[in-house]
Design a protein around this ligand. Structure first.
Ligand SMILES: Nc1ncnc2c1ncn2[C@@H]1O[C@H](COP(=O)(O)OP(=O)(O)OP(=O)(O)O)[C@@H](O)[C@H]1O
Ligand SMILES: [Mg+2]
Length: 248
C-alpha cells in the first residue's frame, strides 16, 4: 500500500472524529473507510482564462508524484489542449514528468478500476466549460490572480460552484484558493498585490466553512519556463499534501 492514507476534504467535521488539519482547515477529516479505495482527483479550476490553471496543474502533478512516489495522471480536459501543446513543445519537460511518474492524458476520461491512479490532477478550461469539466473531481483548487478582474471572476466562480457542485460531482469539495503570479520585489510584495491578497483572504474567510488560501505563487521566470525544480510551488504542494495525505 502507498505510504500515505488519502484524506478527503469534507464538510463533515466529526465523521470519524479525527481532524487532520489545524484552524480553519478543520473541515478536512480522514474518512478511513472511503480512503483506501478512493483515488484523489484534484481539479484546477477558474472561470477566468490565463490565471495559471495549466501551470499549476503541471507543478502539482510533478510535486505530488515526487513527494508521494505514486503514479499521477495529469489530465488535460481543456479542449484547446494548451497543456498538451506546452508539454509537446518541451521534450525535456515531458521526459522529466515521465521520469517522476506523471502520465499525461489528453482527453476527458480518467482511467478507472485496475488502471486507476492514486492521484489525478485535472487541468480544466476557463469560461463556459469550467463547471462541467469538474465531473469526477474530489477536490478543487481555485487559482486567482491579484487583480480586480480575476478576483471578480473568482467570486462569480464560487457562486457557480455552490449552485452546481452537487449536480456535477457530489463528492467534490473545494480545497483552497491559490493566489498566482504575485509580484514580489525582494522579500516584500508590491503594495497593490498585497491589497489584492488581503481581499482574496477576506473573500475566502467569509465562506462557511472558510475556504483555505494556499501560499501564493510568485511571478517567476523559472515557473514560466517550467523548471520543475523551481521553489515557487513547493510550499503549495506541501500544504496540499498536508490536506490530503498523512503518513501511516
Ligand atoms: N507564477 C508564474 N510566473 C510567471 N509566469 C506564469 C506563472 N504562472 C503562469 N505563468 C504564465 O502565465 C500564462 C498563463 O498561464 P497558464 O497557461 O497556466 O494559465 P491558464 O489559466 O491555464 O490559461 P487558459 O485559461 O488560457 O488555459 C502562461 O504564459 C504561463 O507561463
Ligand atoms: Mg490552461
Amino acid at each position: 500500500m502507498a505510504a500515505h492514507v488519502l484524506a478527503l476534504a469534507s464538510g463533515v467535521y466529526d465523521f470519524v472524529g479525527v481532524t487532520v488539519l489545524r484552524d480553519h482547515h478543520e473541515s478536512i477529516v480522514v474518512r478511513i473507510g472511503e480512503l483506501m479505495s478512493t483515488p484523489l482527483i484534484i481539479a484546477v479550476s477558474a472561470w477566468k482564462g490565463g490565471v495559471g490553471k495549466s501551470t499549476t496543474s503541471i507543478y502539482l502533478a510533478a510535486l505530488l508524484a515526487r513527494d508521494t512516489g505514486a503514479r499521477v495522471a495529469l489530465v488535460d480536459r481543456d479542449a484547446s489542449r494548451n497543456l498538451t501543446a506546452m508539454v509537446a513543445q518541451r521534450p525535456d519537460l515531458r521526459d522529466e514528468l515521465i521520469a517522476r511518474g506523471v502520465h499525461l492524458i489528453s482527453g476527458e476520461e480518467i482511467p478507472r478500476g485496475r488502471d486507476a491512479f492514486p492521484y489525478s490532477v485535472i487541468d480544466t478550461p476557463p469560461g463556459d466549460g469550467a463547471i462541467a469539466s469538474l465531473r469526477d473531481a474530489t477536490l478543487v483548487v481555485l487559482p486567482v490572480k491579484p487583480e480586480d478582474q480575476s478576483i471578480g471572476n473568482f467570486v462569480k466562480h464560487l457562486e457557480q460552484l455552490d449552485d452546481a457542485r452537487l449536480a456535477v460531482s457530489p463528492r467534490m469539495r473545494l480545497l483552497a484558493a491559490l493566489p498566482t503570479m504575485v509580484w514580489r520585489t525582494g522579500r516584500s510584495l508590491v503594495r497593490q498585490h498585497q491589497e489584492h491578497l488581503d481581499n482574496i483572504a477576506a473573500i475566502a474567510a467569509r465562506r462557511h466553512p472558510p475556504l483555505p488560501v494556499l501560499p501564493y505563487v510568485p511571478l517567476s521566470t523559472r515557473v514560466m519556463n517550467f523548471d520543475l525544480d523551481a521553489p515557487e510551488y513547493r510550499p503549495v504542494a506541501e500544504e496540499i499534501l498536508r490536506y490530503v495525505a498523512i503518513p501511516v
